[in-house]
Design a protein around this ligand. Structure first.
Ligand code: ATP
Ligand code: MG
Length: 424
């Protein structure tokens, strides 16, 4: 994968300086093939660094990736936090592995922090990945702690619950000092579990489900069904904005938009009645299964949560699954609505999901949706339309877009913007 131009980590002492420590997530559970997961993680990191505006470098220590470059550290931190597969993201400095350099950097780091605002207490923790280092970890911590105390006598030491924990990680050639742990997105690198197709509506649930799937290592493309020609394009705009938001966390996936309105009408005319919503969902799943064969997806992902609404009862989910030719994954199956909304807020999709739209599911929805759609009745309705032809027509008219690819971060913040079509 081509990414940001990479320069090797500089060796000379003069160029040591700011960097970012990225602690690996579940990769550490992997055995012999761990390097493949690490390569994938680094490929994804390179994609996330695209367009950052300067050269960057990446290197690996044990279960840690070190990131640096000729760009402000805050910008590196912001990009790294988008990437799935890191447990934590830590602004850090890199110094040669000598006690003098480490001590100087430790004192400087705390002095800088104290200059920014009052620091209530501190502690120093050290870890040697290089056992050749002449001092033991506890001795390094005690030594550096004592020097900090000399330089900043008013700064209290608090070993149990310090406000600032200065962490020192000693490798053979260089040592990393960090003082903040920002949570990462954890999980497995996107792409390490294969590809999936996310059924993306404009609501809260499906984008949250999509990111959860990505955090289990699935590279995701998206499909959105609009009610066109009977609805306005608002739901497409939302799906585009949501896919763009999700694409910040992976090498961008494509959004496929399919106008379902006419096919929905055909089901209604075929007498779907109270089965209408489940029959539509089956048509979506059937069409998505066929589309997945084109995109290389091995599974479908939906935002269903068991029992949340009438269309998501166990019986209706089973009826929907029967129309799929691929596994239907439901990452939110056991989640409460409030948990889903909280997560949507945390990942930045809630502000888009809350916008009003004309959703295809509202179109032709019966006043009461059946909670136990029977397969024989569904099949009877479907028999009255030529399903293969309907799916074929839907796929012939799919619009393909690539939301968020090569966009600058400023454009991301602009909210919903007009979808741009790409050739498939
Ligand atoms: P969401 O918040 O994701 O819209 P929901 O609570 O509105 O979900 P449903 O409308 O029953 O629930 O949809 C269940 C799932 O079916 C969605 O999470 C999504 O994965 C899929 N789905 C529903 N409508 C569409 C659509 N128009 N396009 C693509 N997928 C859809
Ligand atoms: Mg919905």
């Amino acid at each position: 994968m081509s990414g940001q131009p990479m320069v090797p980590a500089p060796r000379s002492q003069a160029s040591y300086g700011p960097c970012v420590l990225l602690k690996h997530g579940e990769i550490f559970l992997k055995g012999r093939n761990r390097h493949r997961f690490t390569e994938r993680l680094h490929d994804n990191l390179r994609v996330a660094l695209r367009g950052i505006g300067g050269s960057t470098w990446i290197k690996t220590a044990q279960n840690v990736t070190v990131l640096g470059g000729q760009v402000p550290r805050d910008a590196l931190v912001e990009r790294a936090r988008r990437v799935v597969g890191f447990n934590s993201v830590e602004p850090a400095v890199r110094v040669p592995s000598t006690l003098d350099d480490v001590t100087r950097a430790g004192v400087e780091a705390l002095r800088d922090l104290a200059a920014l605002g009052p620091v209530r207490s501190f502690a120093v923790r050290a870890r040697r990945r290089d056992k050749q280092f002449p001092l033991k970890s506890s001795e390094v911590a005690a030594y550096v702690g004592a020097r900090v105390k000399e330089a900043l006598p008013h700064l209290p030491v608090e070993l149990k619950r310090p406000e600032v924990l200065l962490s020192i990680e000693i490798d053979r050639k260089e040592t990393y000092l960090s003082w903040t742990r920002l949570p990462g997105l954890t999980g497995l690198p996107v792409g390490s579990s294969g590809r999936a197709l996310v059924l993306l509506s404009g609501g809260y649930d499906s984008p949250v489900a999509g990111l959860r799937a990505m955090r289990r290592g699935l590279a995701c493309d998206f499909v959105h069904f609009s009610g066109a020609p009977y609805t306005n394009p608002s739901s497409v705009y939302k799906a585009y904005a949501l896919a763009r938001e999700l694409n910040r966390h992976q090498p961008p996936g494509r959004l496929h938009v399919i106008a379902l309105g006419k096919a929905q009408k055909q089901l209604a005319v075929a007498g779907a009645g109270r089965l209408q919503v489940v029959a539509q969902r089956r048509l979506m799943i059937r069409t998505a299964s066929a589309l997945a064969a084109r995109t290389g997806a091995e599974a479908l992902v939906t935002g269903d949560s068991l029992g949340q609404v009438a269309s998501q009862t166990l019986a209706n989910m089973a009826a929907v699954d029967e129309a799929a030719t691929l596994p239907v994954l439901r990452p939110l199956l056991g989640w409460d609505k409030q948990e889903i909304i909280d997560e949507a807020r945390a990942i930045g999709t809630a502000d888009i999901s809350v916008l009003p739209d004309e959703d295809c599911c509202q179109l032709l929805a019966p006043p009461r949706v059946t909670t136990r759609a029977g397969l024989p009745q569904l099949r009877a309705v479907e028999k009255r339309i030529d399903l293969d032809e309907v799916v074929g027509v839907l796929l012939d008219h799919v619009q393909v877009m690539l939301p968020g690819a090569d966009e600058e971060p400023a454009a991301h913040a602009a909210g919903v913007c007009s979808p741009v079509e790409v050739s498939s």
